[in-house]
Write a protein that binds this ligand. Structure first.
Ligand code: AMP
Ligand code: MG
Length: 399
């Protein structure tokens, strides 16, 4: 058995790099930029009004109060989308709306709430305004040459909006890995069907499909395979012919029906890792099959989930070009005593509450879905360890 860190390093070092492509922003969500993306312009690209009101010369309203307003002539109107209005003389102003370009000469905008209509084409200004107030200046947000997204960073909704604000419509990304999922086990049936005695519903297929899609990976197949050599070999062959990554669940421990490793070897693939010193997830296997990368997850749903989180997800992110940590670990404190009496580190399903207190999410056996569904974080507890209430810990947040 090897350590988790050793396994992760070996996996990351052995992964191929997928190519890159340019895609429209609408297809880039969740991908990782394959180059630095820079702006060629200012954002905002022109000075504009921060709110609805009146564009003025600030010096015209330097003494304005509600009791002694400054009365200005309104010489026109500027709406968002209109070309900049003409320069206007002192003593006058321009009705202006949020986002409309500032007219030449005006140096401030008085908000509508600080004004009162004085006549058909005049307005009372009820308060002073400092020069530059109420104006959003060109380049305040982004300047030409600014890096909008760095290589290897994830394109989340705000990052895409930032890129879009500079007028860029498409973006270079690392190609996302395609994934073929195989749930192995003769006992498995599709959720929605009635089980015969001894049959169970394939929850790993649903779990892994959802986790993969959450990662922005393309799931190109999701099948169940019976515990028979020919069926296992045929499914692996089909999956590896089409996908960058084949993820199986079940069939990697030491029982008679554990056919995955022999099937990989029979197909000319390699089993490069097997068995990791973690709980749950010990039987995890990793290797290559043709051009595809193979992850052999244990069948117990929580073991599949934990090995996905600590091994598969970091690998998928690496394949997808990520250069940032896949983990979101935060400081918290134990809300109750937690122990691990075993000889492997235990990834415990926990709930971190709003006060930052950590409690187990329920029974920790590796077949228990309910505590997996209740958990919002994993706590990594070393072997033969008891941690008392109040202890400062780091937990790894789940999505
Ligand atoms: P295995 O690793 O194949 O020995 O499976 C370990 C345990 O996980 C057994 O109780 C299986 O029935 C269960 N199991 C395996 N695959 C799945 C699956 N796709 N969905 C739900 N449970 C599963
Ligand atoms: Mg099985």
């Amino acid at each position: 058995m090897i350590s988790l860190e050793e396994a992760r390093e070996k996996i990351l070092a052995s992964l191929p790099r997928l190519g890159s492509e340019r895609v429209p922003l609408s297809d880039a969500l969740g991908s990782f930029a394959s180059e630095d993306v820079r702006s060629d312009r200012n954002v905002p690209s022109f000075d504009n009004s921060a709110f609805d009101g009146y564009a003025v010369h600030a010096s015209d309203v330097a003494t304005a109060t509600a009791a002694h307003p400054a009365t200005l002539r309104v010489i026109g109107i500027a709406t968002a989308g209109s070309a900049p209005g003409p320069a206007f003389p002192k003593g006058s102003c321009l009705r202006i709306f949020t986002g409309a370009p500032m007219p030449a000469g005006a140096d401030a905008v008085v908000m509508q709430e600080d004004t009162r209509t004085a006549g058909p084409d005049s307005v009372d200004i009820l308060d002073t305004v400092r020069p530059r107030e109420g104006v959003r200046f060109a380049g305040e947000d982004v300047r030409p040459g600014d890096v909008l997204v760095r290589t290897g960073h994830r394109l989340n909704p705000p990052a895409l909006a930032l890129v879009a604000s500079t007028g860029i419509g498409s973006i270079p990304i690392h190609r996302r890995p395609s994934i073929f999922l195989l749930s192995t086990g003769s006992e498995l049936i599709e959720p929605g069907l009635d089980p015969q005695p001894g049959q169970i519903h394939d929850s790993n297929g649903v779990l892994l499909d959802a986790l993969a899609r959450n990662e922005g990976a393309k799931v190109i197949g999701c099948e169940r395979v019976t515990d028979e050599v020919h069926a296992t070999v045929a499914a692996l062959q089909r999956a590896s012919a089409h996908a960058d990554v084949v993820i199986t669940s079940g069939g990697v421990s030491v029982g008679d029906a554990d056919l995955l490793r022999p099937a990989i070897t029979a197909l000319g693939g390699s089993v490069d890792l097997w068995r990791i010193a973690i709980k749950p997830g010990k039987p995890f296997a990793y290797g290559r099959l043709g051009a595809a990368t193979w992850f052999g997850l244990p069948g117990n749903p929580v073991a599949a989930f934990v090995t996905w989180h600590v091994l598969v997800r970091p690998a998928l992110r690496h394949l997808a070009g990520s250069r940032v940590s896949p983990f979101r670990s935060v400081h918290a404190h134990l809300g109750q005593t937690i122990s691990n009496g075993g000889d492997r580190r235990h990834f415990i399903r926990v709930i971190v509450d709003e006060e930052g207190l950590v409690r187990p999410a329920g029974t920790q056996a590796s077949h228990v879905h309910s505590s997996m569904a209740a958990a919002n974080a994993l706590l990594d507890v070393p072997p033969s360890t008891t941690w008392e209430t109040g202890r400062a810990v780091r937990v790894d947040l789940l999505d």
